[in-house]
Design a protein around this ligand. Structure first.
Ligand code: 13P
Length: 607
């Protein structure tokens, strides 16, 4: 409420049209306080560090600009940053904001250097709790009165002593400016009120225009009660005589209305209207408009209308905030420490990486189908995928003679086209060979190299493949490079060694930029065309090994980005399980790519 008043003062200085409607100010004050508090907590706990730092810097920039204006134009005497708890001069406020701005800029430089107190997994819980806590507290405070009172009008203060000794009162932050005058005569009534040894009820209405008159019946019956008991009852307002007359009209007020200073009334009770009870010059209690006492309910003994709270409210507020938060931090830390949780986090990490990689289902037609059959198949696949868009990249690799014709019937935005091989020479007298440049000229963008069948039947060595890879890349083709062990090698437990040698022999002379145009395909030779598939765990184990090998050579980023396909008797029935593995990014499909239904079944495994 104090902040809402402060915003009202700012709006007034800027002559904003809504300066005198309190509700938007209350909402703005709640929003400002809540955002500041949650951002502060997120900074302390290292929650969403980049976003938090960005928003903190933004907030600090806006608020610094505001304090520059306050410093130069002096629209208010105190910025209101800390409410009544700490008052700063406009110069001090500006200095404070400059320091905060520098601090925010430092954080911007290296936000991720901030330590995370709660793990990423539980960060939302901590920030959600902070949001809920702050908003709930703001609503509670607006509905009633502030839980902590930093104004000079605190329950228990001796206002008479403060009046008697203003110097000491100033030093102790007691009410020094309490001044009440008769609306008609202008007579000073302050002492009369403070000298009263019995109960005095002061109804505080800073502005009658904005006051909530919904509680006027309760106020009137309270006034009747005071009349009966001979307790003093009066209203204090800063509104002019027209405003007072209007209040009387609206509420039927019969009690005397006196004048007091606007800011003082607002500080007395953070509610409009509010009620303050004095006895023997001492402020004994105060109520907001939503909790006014009712003699019919609370009885005739005024002393029983309120119960001084037990434990210190500040401590209660802090504990209500800290205990649940500490629980989150402790549970989080205990969980993070467990093996299960680490494993879970690691899996999440892998899945996140996987989500960033390109997924591909590629068909390898091998030496199947004549030109007409091949074109018909490509057309059919194109139609099926146009009707039902795939969730992954789709490539078909066809014999050379099909390429140009197939390129004419497929939508290159949906289906990529590739060859199954290319020559290890640039051009010239190499009868029967097809160069990478020729492949590219058909409209194809991919080429399969190193397939086990070519290694086995056409004696393609690592050296030859190295040449082919270089020529393919030089002609802007994406290379689908196949690797994999034969059965004897697996039985001898040498699969890792074999695969690593294949990678080293043909790809390790590439630069990281060149390697970015390579897709790897792990095809255990014993699973190709045999109906025998590697289990998804076997596939994952090898794919993870391949990725680790790539990381060693080309760095972590290249390894995280490289697409690794699985090939070898991949069918619609097993594709889903294989593709679910964190390091399997799709498939290189032989037999099943020759039927649209089967190939599409595998493509749909990504859905
Ligand atoms: P199959 O899918 O027919 O086993 O063939 C796999 C393959 O070699 C793809 O290149």
């Amino acid at each position: 409420m104090g902040m809402a008043y402060k915003l009202e003062a700012y709006a007034e200085a800027l002559a904003l049209p809504f300066a005198h409607s309190l509700l938007p100010m209350e909402m703005a004050a709640t929003a400002l306080g809540t955002v500041e508090f949650v951002l502060g907590l997120c900074l302390l706990l290292g929650v969403n560090r980049r976003l938090t730092v960005g928003l903190s810097l933004l907030a600090t920039c806006v608020l610094t600009a505001l304090t520059v204006w306050i410093y130069v134009a002096e629209p208010v005497q105190d910025c209101g940053c800390f409410g009544e708890a700490i008052t700063l001069t406009n110069g001090q406020t500006l200095a404070k904001n400059v320091v905060l701005l520098v601090a925010a800029l430092c954080l911007l430089y290296r936000p991720l250097a901030m330590r995370r107190v709660v793990s990423e997994r539980f960060a939302w819980l901590a920030s959600t709790y902070a949001w809920c806590y702050t908003i709930a507290l703001a609503i509670y405070t607006l509905h009633y009165i502030p839980v902590l009172d930093f104004t000079p009008y605190r329950i228990g203060v001796n206002m008479r002593a403060a009046f008697d000794n203003p110097e000491q009162a100033e030093a102790e932050r007691l009410p020094v400016n309490f001044y009440v005058a008769d609306t008609q005569t202008g007579d000073d009534l302050t002492w009369e009120i403070l000298a009263d040894t019995s109960y005095t009820f002061l109804l505080t209405v800073p502005r009658t225009e904005t006051a909530d008159d919904g509680c006027c019946d309760r106020i009137n019956s309270l006034y009747d009660f005071c009349q009966d008991r001979r307790y003093a009852f009066c209203m204090l307002t800063a509104s002019d005589s027209a405003g007072c007359a209007d209040w009387k009209d609206r509420t039927g007020a019969a009690y005397p209305i006196y004048m007091a200073e606007d800011t003082e009334i607002r500080a007395m009770v953070r509610s409009n209207p509010g009620l303050m009870l004095l006895k023997d010059g001492r402020l004994v209690w105060k109520w907001g408009n939503n909790e006014l006492p009712d003699p019919y309910v609370h009885g005739n003994n005024v002393a029983q209308w309120f119960t001084p709270s037990g434990a210190a409210p500040l401590l209660r507020l802090v504990l209500w905030f800290l205990i649940p938060l500490l629980l989150v931090v402790i549970i989080d830390n205990v969980l993070v420490g467990t093996k299960y949780y680490r494993h879970h986090l690691f899996k999440l990490h892998l899945n996140k990486q996987k989500a960033m990689r390109k997924k591909i289902v590629a068909g390898n037609w091998k030496m199947n189908m004549n030109l007409q059959e091949g074109v018909a198949l490509a057309k059919e696949l194109n139609e099926a995928l146009a009707a039902d868009k795939p969730n992954c990249g789709v490539v078909i690799c066809t014999p050379f003679i099909h390429l140009a014709s197939v390129a004419g019937v497929i939508d290159s935005n949906v289906i990529g086209l590739g060859a199954e091989n290319c020559a290890d020479k640039v051009k010239g007298a190499y009868t029967g060979e097809v160069s990478a440049e020729m492949v590219k000229s058909t409209g194809a963008d991919y080429v399969i190299l190193g397939h086990s069948e070519r290694r086995a039947y056409y004696h393609e060595t690592a050296e030859i493949l190295k040449e082919k890879v270089n020529l393919a890349l030089a002609n802007s083709l994406e290379v689908i490079f196949c690797i994999g062990e034969v059965l004897e090698e697996r039985e001898a437990g040498k699969q890792n060694e074999v695969v690593k040698a294949q990678l080293e022999g043909s790809l390790f002379d590439l630069t990281a930029e060149q390697f970015a145009h390579v897709v790897l395909a792990y095809e255990p030779v014993w699973a190709i065309g045999t109906g025998k598939t590697a289990t998804s765990d076997q596939a994952e184990e090898m794919h993870a090994f391949i990725r680790a090998t790539i990381a060693e050579k080309f760095g972590k980023e290249a390894a995280e980005n490289v697409t690794i396909l699985y090939g070898g008797s991949c069918k619609p029935s097993n594709a889903k399980e294989l593709f679910a593995k964190p390091d399997v990014d799709g498939g290189l499909i032989g037999g099943a790519s020759l039927k649209v239904a089967d190939f599409k079944g595998i493509i749909d495994a990504w859905k």
